[in-house]
Design a protein around this ligand. Structure first.
Ligand SMILES: [Fe+2]
Length: 537
C-alpha cells in the first residue's frame, strides 16, 4: 500500500523528503490498549518507552527543516505483559499560540518576524521536539537549540508546564542533560549566539538549580551533548558553528573550521569556571555521547564522532539541508590524562555508521560495557535500518536489521525486573514499514539482539521517524508517587481502568485497527529481520 502524500507541506513548492513517506506527520492523537501482539511481551518488562520527534502540525511558513516540526511524543506503556500506546503533542507555548496555522518560520528562514523565541534571543520556535529525560517523577521534553524544558506526565503524556526547577532556572536548557541516578542530580548547559556562549549547571536532588557557571569560549558554538563522570562534567567546544556574518543577514549557515581543534572541557561537577581543563583533539563534530568514566589517571569518553560535518557539494537550500542532516558517524574513544593533560583518541569501530546510542542509564558516568546504537543506512535521508550492540570489553558487536524498507528509532535499554547483569533486559523500538505505511513496537533481548524480536506490537497508526527516545522504569514513577505529591500515573491507574482513558485529549481519537491478542500465536517473530551474529569489531 503506497503511503498517501502528506497534506503538510511548506511554501517552497519543492517536495521535501522530511515531510513525506516515513517522515510525514500524523494527524491524530490516539490512546489504545487494543493492540495485536505477535510473540509474547515479557512479563518482567515494566515501564514506558517514550520517543520524541518532529510532527509539523500546520503547513510551514517558508521552507521546512526536519528540526522545525512540532514536538510529538509516542509512548508504549508495558505492564504485566500488556501494552498500551498513546501519542501526544507537547503543548508548548508556541503550540498554544498556533491555533489554526503556522506563526513561526523555521531555521532555514529569517526568523525576524516570529512571535517569540528563547531567552537567548534566538527567535525560533521552541518545539520541545528533541529528547526526553526522566527526572524526579516527570519526563522533560527538550529542544536542541536550547529552550524551556517541558514537563510531561510519563504515562498520560499530559504537558504539565515548563519545568523551572523551583523557579531557579534562568536562561535556557539544552536537549541532552545527564542524570546521575545515584545522586539524583541533573547536569545541563545552555548556549547562545552572544556571551556568555556557554553556561553549565547542576540541578540538585531537591529539584533546584544549585550550581551554575559561565564558561568562556572563543565564540558562539553549537554543542549538542555533554557527559559526566563520578567527579566531573565534560563539555565540548567543537569547530562547527554558526556563521555570524550570515546570521546578521538573517540566514542560518554553519561553518566547519578544520583549522581549529576539538576541545573537551573537564570541570569538577560543582567546579568554578577557572577549574575547567581543556583537552584538545582532532577537529570533528559530535552529536551524541555514549558515556564517560574515570579510570586511574584518565577519563574515558566514548562518542559517535562525525569527521566531516560539512555538507558535500553545493545546491539549493533543500539540498544543503538534506546533506547537513545526513548522519555519518563512527564509534570513537577519547582518553584524557588528568596528570599529563594529554589526549589520545581513536576509532572503536571505524567501519559502521552508527548513532543515537543508548546504555543502561543507571550507569551514566560510571564504567559501562555495552552500547546499543542504531545502524544508519546509506541513503539520502536518515534511515535507521537496524541496531548494533557494542561490547567495549571484548570488542565484539552484534547486529540486527529490521528488513527491507523497515526503519527503527533510538532503542533505549530497558532493564528486566530484578536484572543483575548490565545487559540483562530488553531493547525497545518503534519500527515503521515504508511500503505498508504501518508501525509496530519491537522488543529485543538485549543479551542477544541477533535473535530478533521477542514480541512485536502492531500499532493503529504509523509512527513517523523521529529523534530521541527514553525508557522509564516502572519503579521510577512508582517511587516518585511515594515521594509525595508527584503522582505521574494518577489518571492512568490500571487497577481502576485497565484499558486506560479513551479520547483523552481534545481532538483525540481512539482508533482500533487490530484485534487484541490474549494468547497470540507466534508469527515468526524473527522473520522480519536478518539478524547476524558474531561479527567482531
Ligand atoms: Fe540529539
Amino acid at each position: 500500500m503506497a503511503q498517501p502524500p502528506s497534506v503538510i507541506m511548506d511554501e517552497s513548492g519543492e517536495p521535501n523528503p522530511y515531510l513525506l513517506g516515513v517522515y510525514a506527520p500524523v494527524q491524530d492523537e490516539i490512546t489504545t490498549a487494543d493492540l495485536k501482539v505477535i510473540g509474547e511481551i515479557p512479563a518482567d518488562l515494566n515501564g514506558v518507552y517514550l520517543r520524541n520527534g518532529p510532527n509539523a502540525r500546520f503547513p510551514m511558513r517558508g521552507r521546512y527543516h526536519w528540526f522545525d516540526g512540532d514536538g510529538m511524543v509516542h509512548a508504549m506503556h508495558f505492564e504485566d505483559g500488556r501494552a498500551r500506546y498513546r501519542n501526544r503533542y507537547v503543548r508548548t507555548k508556541a503550540y498554544q499560540a498556533e491555533t489554526d496555522r503556522s506563526l513561526w518560520t523555521g531555521v532555514m528562514e529569517n526568523p525576524k518576524g516570529n512571535p517569540f523565541g528563547n531567552t537567548r534571543g534566538l527567535n525560533l520556535k521552541d518545539s520541545a521536539n528533541t529528547d526526553l529525560i526522566y527526572h524526579r517523577g516527570k519526563v522533560l521534553a527538550t529542544w536542541y537549540l536550547c529552550g524551556s524544558p517541558y514537563q510531561l506526565d510519563p504515562l498520560s503524556l499530559e504537558t504539565l508546564g515548563v519545568e523551572t526547577f523551583l523557579d531557579t532556572l534562568t536562561g535556557d536548557f539544552m536537549a541532552h542533560p545527564k542524570v546521575d541516578e545515584r545522586t539524583g542530580e541533573l547536569f545541563w548547559f545552555d548556549y547562545g549566539p552572544r556571551p556568555p556562549y556557554l553556561r553549565y549547571g547542576v540541578v540538585g536532588a531537591g529539584g533546584a538549580v544549585e550550581h551554575c557557571v559561565e564558561l568562556d569560549l572563543p565564540g558562539a558554538r553549537l554543542p549538542h551533548d555533554m557527559s559526566i563522570t563520578e567527579n566531573y562534567a565534560i563539555l565540548m567546544d567543537l569547530p562547527l558553528y554558526q556563521d555570524m556574518e550570515a546570521a546578521r543577514q538573517g540566514r542560518y549557515k554553519l561553518t566547519f573550521n578544520r583549522e581549529l581543534p576539538s576541545r573537551f572541557g573537564v570541570i569538577p561537577r560543582r567546579g568554578t569556571a577557572d577549574q575547567i581543563r581543556w583537552f584538545e583533539a582532532r577537529p570533528c563534530y559530535i552529536y551524541h555521547v555514549i558515556n564517560s568514566w574515570e579510570t586511574g589517571d584518565e577519563i574515558i569518553l566514548d562518542v559517535c564522532r562525525v569527521s566531516r560535518p560539512a555538507p558535500k557539494g553545493d545546491g539549493g537550500p533543500l539540498a544543503r539541508m538534506i546533506s547537513y542532516l545526513k548522519l555519518d558517524a563512527r564509534l570513537y574513544r577519547y582518553r584524557f590524562n588528568l596528570v599529563t593533560g594529554q589526549t589520545s583518541e581513536g576509532y572503536v569501530d571505524g567501519d559502521h555508521n552508527t548513532e543515537f546510542p543508548s546504555i543502561d542509564a543507571r550507569l551514566t558516568g560510571q564504567r559501562s560495557r555495552y552500547s546499543y546504537n542504531v545502524s544508519v543506512m546509506d541513503a539520502d535521508t536518515n534511515l535507521f535500518n537496524g541496531l548494533v550492540k557494542y561490547d567495549n570489553l571484548t570488542g565484539a558487536k552484534q547486529e540486527y536489521y529490521y528488513g527491507d524498507h523497515r526503519y527503527g528509532s533510538e532503542a533505549p535499554f530497558a532493564p528486566r525486573d530484578g536484572s543483575t547483569a548490565e545487559d540483562d533486559g530488553y531493547l525497545v523500538t518503534f519500527v515503521t514499514d515504508e511500503r505498508e505505511g504501518t508501525s509496530e513496537v519491537q522488543i529485543l533481548n538485549a543479551t542477544d539482539i541477533t535473535q530478533g524480536p521477542l514480541a512485536r506490537v502492531l500499532l493503529p497508526q504509523r509512527v513517523p521517524l523521529g529523534f530521541h527516545a527514553t525508557w522509564v522504569r516502572a519503579d521510577q514513577y512508582r517511587n516518585a508517587e511515594h515521594a509525595g505529591g508527584q503522582h505521574p500515573d494518577g489518571r492512568y491507574r490500571t487497577t481502576q481502568d485497565p484499558a486506560g482513558p479513551r479520547n483523552a485529549a481534545a481532538g483525540g481519537q481512539n482508533r482500533t485497527a487490530h484485534s487484541a491478542g490474549q494468547n497470540p500465536a507466534v508469527e515468526n517473530p524473527g522473520g522480519h529481520g536478518n539478524g547476524r551474529s558474531g561479527e567482531s569489531a
